[in-house]
Design a protein around this ligand. Structure first.
Ligand code: CA
Length: 222
């Protein structure tokens, strides 16, 4: 899962970036509205954390522009003060949630998890696929109730596939959501990861659609 953070306060940005990365997200951070607007318009993100008071272009304008372009990723806005006006303007500009500064970082993480769940059509924090369970709040993975150890990349891929269960996901899309920008897209690392997940969680969990991508399926749906 890939998150865009648009925040000009370097300290706040770093704190959010560190916590998100520790929680297993791929994170891109920019410090002004213009850069934020560009990235959010041209790259694919699973959620955005957007400060409203930004240099060059304010957060509300960034958000309005994304929504005008039909960019529909969930957006959590950060408001400087706990004023109701800013929240109302932000929500009406297309924000999905807000948080007033100062905030506890755990709350940021919990809200991002919830936003991604809702945006992908899930209401429960534990996602299941047959015998496999993935807890979005702890990143715990289990197979028939037994915890399975995962590397960060395996977790990243499983999280994306679990959130998008049943959809055929292209290699490009997977790459975009589990690696950061400078990743070499020609390598076969996605296939390697898919095979590692199959080895750990069962060969029938992920179906290959030649030339199209991969699909996480319930064991009975194959
Ligand atoms: Ca600011």
């Amino acid at each position: 899962m890939k998150i865009l953070v648009v925040e000009d306060d370097q300290q706040v940005a770093r704190q959010i970036e560190t916590s998100l990365k520790n929680a297993g997200y791929v994170v891109e951070v920019v410090h002004d509205g213009e850069e934020g607007l560009y990235l959010g318009s041209h790259e694919s993100f699973d959620a955005v954390i957007l400060d409203l008071g930004l240099p060059k272009l304010d957060g509300i304008k960034v958000l309005q522009q994304w929504r005008n372009e039909n960019r529909d990723m969930p957006v959590l806005i950060l408001t400087a003060r706990d004023t109701w006006r800013e929240k109302v303007v932000g929500l009406r500009a297309g924000a999905d949630d807000y948080l007033a500064k100062p905030f506890e970082i755990e709350e940021v993480l919990a809200r991002v998890e919830a936003l991604i769940r809702r945006a992908t059509g899930h209401s429960k924090p534990v996602l299941t696929c047959g015998p496999v369970e993935f807890d979005t709040t702890t990143n715990r993975v289990s197979l028939n109730g037994t915890t399975i150890e995962m590397t960060a990349l395996e977790l990243g891929m499983l999280s994306y596939l679990m959130h998008h269960k049943g959809e055929v996901i292209s290699k490009t899309e997977l790459t975009e959501h589990i690696y950061d920008q400078d990743f070499d897209r020609d390598s076969n690392v996605i296939e390697v990861l898919v095979n590692r997940l199959r080895n750990k969680l069962g060969s029938r969990l992920i179906k290959t659609h030649r030339g199209l991508g991969y699909q996480l399926i319930e064991p009975d749906d194959s």
